[in-house]
Design a protein around this ligand. Structure first.
Ligand SMILES: Nc1ncnc2c1ncn2[C@@H]1O[C@H](COP(=O)(O)OP(=O)(O)OP(=O)(O)O)[C@@H](O)[C@H]1O
Ligand SMILES: [Mg+2]
Length: 398
């Protein structure tokens, strides 16, 4: 969004320029004017999307120039900044159609919330009602992180959704490394330590961006800080995240503690990941028992069998019988593609687009987003050059 700033205060100008450029998409201060007269005398050749106007020191008689400015830039949104928001100032602002009035000194959170509202109203972005999906491995190494991270990328790339992945591993979180070579500057525990700053822009600025619409919030890197992360922090993060992302994926790690429990409580669906082997089935059963004792409805739990190979001694139906739950999806065993992807930190869909595991991720995207095959067939066919797009994942029934 391109903004015109009207203020004599160079420090305020610098502060707003810094806050605006940290946003995604950025609010760019494309021009600045010293005062109202300067702004009305020197009109911008290309009208701004936003006019940020510092009303400090403006005489009541000058207000007419604001109305003039509003007529000069009829499409622009106006944000008024004032040291003291007198009643008559507010009334005049309302009459001019200015809805955003912020008090100085600038409270960054209030500024970003106002920009959020302006972006939503002007259609730059929209308030979302994101779904939260938790991925949890029944047994260590089942593939929950691999699937969560690569599914996040696939949702962004194939379904054009805005996706956030939060790494909840208490220690040794590795979700970022699976899909990126960037080093995170902020982690979940850093966000919890600054929870008062939490809003959409702050959250977005803390992510490792794999693509513009897929970001990862890295796990706490120091186990000592994990104790400072409180369940109510999780509530705040998820409340904000739901508004700004279509899908919020949680890589749960294996520990269930107060924080992860709060996250599971508010998840729309839980995806336990397991392999078709007795130890996984045993641990899966324990996990599902915990979910039942917590009162989670059965339909919220959606099993994913990872590294699935046809023709083994155990069948999917054996697993379903032992767990008393249906398998929602199977991911094929694709050692070469998975290992290449993990070793290089490149999403498997990007690195080995035609691989079995990439196709299976695409199937999962279809299943979860409930996109009709007729809608997606073209897209999926183009991407994978296949004729069987949209078919259900392979399953064995007894
Ligand atoms: N479908 C697959 N085919 C082949 N290899 C896979 C597949 N899925 C995952 N892997 C491999 O399994 C390994 C472990 O996966 P991952 O780290 O995702 O497990 P996890 O469940 O998150 O483990 P942890 O309990 O330690 O968090 C990865 O190195 C990955 O390469
Ligand atoms: Mg993991």
């Amino acid at each position: 969004m391109k903004a015109l700033m009207i203020s004599k205060d160079s420090l305020l100008h610098a502060e707003i320029a810094a806050q605006g450029s940290a946003r995604l998409p950025a609010v760019q201060l494309v021009a600045s004017r010293q005062g109202l007269r300067d702004a009305t005398d020197r009109i911008l050749p290309e009208p701004p999307d936003l006019v940020i106007f510092d009303a400090s020191g403006v005489e009541p008689g000058e207000w007419g120039m604001v109305e003039r400015l509003a007529r000069l830039y009829p499409e622009a949104r106006f944000m008024l900044l004032a040291r003291e928001a007198h009643q008559d100032l507010l009334i005049r602002a309302m009459r001019t159609g200015i809805r955003e009035v912020l008090q100085l000194p600038l409270v960054h959170r209030a500024f970003h919330e106002a920009i959020d509202r302006i972006e939503i109203e002007s259609g730059v972005t929209r308030m979302r009602d994101g779904k939260v999906f938790a991925f949890i491995s029944c047994k260590g190494g089942s593939g929950a992180t691999f699937i969560a991270a690569n599914f996040g990328y696939a949702l962004g790339a194939l379904a054009e959704k805005k996706v956030l992945l939060i790494d909840l591993h208490g220690q040794f979180g590795d979700a970022t490394l699976y899909v990126s070579d960037q080093k995170p500057t902020m982690t979940l525990s850093d966000i919890c330590a600054q929870i008062g700053r939490m809003d959409g822009a702050f959250l977005e600025s803390c992510l490792v961006h794999v693509t513009p619409n897929f970001g990862v919030l890295a796990g706490a890197d120091d186990p000592a800080h994990v104790v400072d992360m409180k369940p109510e922090h999780m509530d705040t993060i998820l409340r904000v995240a739901r508004k700004h992302y279509d899908y919020v994926l949680l890589d749960m790690g294996r520990q269930i503690d107060a924080l992860s429990l709060r996250a599971l409580d508010s998840a729309d669906a839980i995806y336990p990941v397991l392999q078709l082997a007795l130890p996984d089935i045993r641990d899966g059963r324990r996990l599902l028992d915990i979910f039942r004792s917590l009162g989670y409805p059965a339909e919220r739990t959606r099993l994913i069998v990872n590294r699935y190979e046809k023709g083994g001694k155990l069948r999917l139906s054996d697993l379903e019988h032992a767990l008393g739950a249906e398998v929602m999806h199977t991911m094929p065993n694709d050692y070469a593609s998975a290992t290449d992807s993990v070793n290089q930190g490149i999403p498997v869909l990007q690195l080995s687009r035609g691989s079995a595991v990439a196709r299976s991720l695409a199937d999962l995207v279809e299943l979860v987003t409930a996109r009709r095959v007729t809608e997606t067939k073209g897209l999926f066919d183009r991407l994978f050059g296949r004729s069987d797009a949209g078919q259900k994942p392979e399953r064995i029934t007894s």
